[in-house]
Design a protein around this ligand. Structure first.
Ligand code: FAD
Length: 314
């Protein structure tokens, strides 16, 4: 299976520090990284947030890192978010949720043996507190299917004190239509994406047509529901259907939003915003960009095409 060979090759690359050093220093990769990642520092994240704000777009900022089994690293990630939220608030970018943050529980220690779930909940709670003080919100990214239940349970805990904490649901999972129904209540912020991890057929659709069909089913549930749908896709057909569903359900432009990744289809991001829609750009920053890009490409062959396509398109 050629895709398995590619996958294991890329997985190896993601761990090879010599290759990493070379790739990080190559001038071309600097351009590639600049295209998809704000930079390595808090200041970079604030600068890009300000640029997006000036262009009339919202942002959600992700401090890169995931899957940590190191307690100190989990604390470092929490502190990076606390610092980021303070800096964003100082720059007057957070009020009304204009710039919020996206958080991976695995980066906050969810997978640590013994008390990982408790620890990641505590860390996420601190980040939610800082976000509330700054006048903004937190969205919990969704990771591979073995963590879905734990992440939704953590979400429910956080929503007791911070009801505007956002969830992510992945349309490639067979369970997701049901999860959308459960989460389509008033005040519930749900980001719907296709899903970026390699998943077994027992839990996920593999065929693109099936994933897209399920996306539309799930989107219909969210758009017809009482919550706040966040349509995260670069797919022109999905974006178009989202617009028709919003019209059909008499949704005001401020009752849902489109979300796209930083650097992917930037002209489309601006077009949607200029047409009066709310558009939120997902902006990753931090040192861990290499693992992020390479691992995403290794997990699903379509992710590799996804990043390559962005380099040749606007
Ligand atoms: P695809 O199926 O990849 O592409 C469909 C069509 O869109 C293409 O045929 C093409 O016409 C167009 N298109 C796509 N990419 C490009 C491009 N680069 N340039 C030009 N046209 C293009 N995944 C998770 O698992 N968990 C998360 O928490 C998560 N959060 C996300 C947050 C946001 C804001 C976004 C946008 C995505 C997130 N994802 C997340 C990733 C997501 O699951 C998909 O892997 C990713 O968005 C690709 O799917 P797609 O819907 O954009 O369309």
């Amino acid at each position: 299976d050629p895709s398995a060979v590619l996958r294991s090759g890329l997985m190896g690359l993601s761990r090879n520090t010599k290759v990493r050093d070379v790739v990080e220093k190559a001038p071309v990769s600097k351009d590639v990284v600049k295209r998809f990642v704000a930079g390595t520092s808090t200041e970079d994240a604030v600068r890009v947030s300000r640029e997006l704000d000036v262009e009339g777009k919202l942002a959600t900022i992700d401090f890169l890192g995931e899957d940590t089994l190191d307690r100190a690293q989990a604390i470092h990630t929490r502190d990076a978010y606390l610092d980021l939220l303070a800096e964003l608030a100082d720059a007057c970018l957070t009020d009304g949720g204009r710039v919020e943050v996206s958080v991976k529980l695995s980066a906050l220690g969810q997978a640590l043996p013994k008390d990982g779930r408790k620890l990641s909940l505590e860390h996420a709670r601190s980040i939610c507190e800082a976000a509330a003080i700054a006048g903004t919100t937190v969205t919990l990214d969704m990771e591979d299917h073995t963590t879905t239940d734990a992440t939704l349970e953590t979400l429910a805990e956080l929503r007791k004190d911070f009801p505007d904490t956002g969830a992510v649901l992945q349309a490639y999972l067979r369970r997701t239509e049901g999860d959308c129904r459960d989460l389509a209540y008033e005040g519930s912020r749900v980001r719907l994406c296709k899903g970026a991890y390699a998943e077994p057929a027992s839990v996920a659709f593999a065929d693109k047509g099936e994933i897209d069909m399920n996306y539309v089913k799930c989107m219909r549930v969210l758009m017809e529901g009482e919550g706040y749908p966040m349509i995260a896709s670069h797919d022109p057909r999905i974006v178009e259907i989202a617009g028709s569903l919003a019209t059909k359900n008499l949704r005001a432009p401020d009752s849902f939003e489109y979300q796209l990744l930083y650097g992917i289809r930037p002209n489309e991001q601006q077009r949607l915003a200029d047409a009066g829609n709310q558009v939120r750009v997902y902006v990753p920053y931090g040192d861990e960009w290499y693992g992020y890009l390479v691992r995403r490409m290794a997990e699903r062959p379509s992710n590799t095409a996804f990043f390559l396509r962005a380099l040749s398109s606007r």
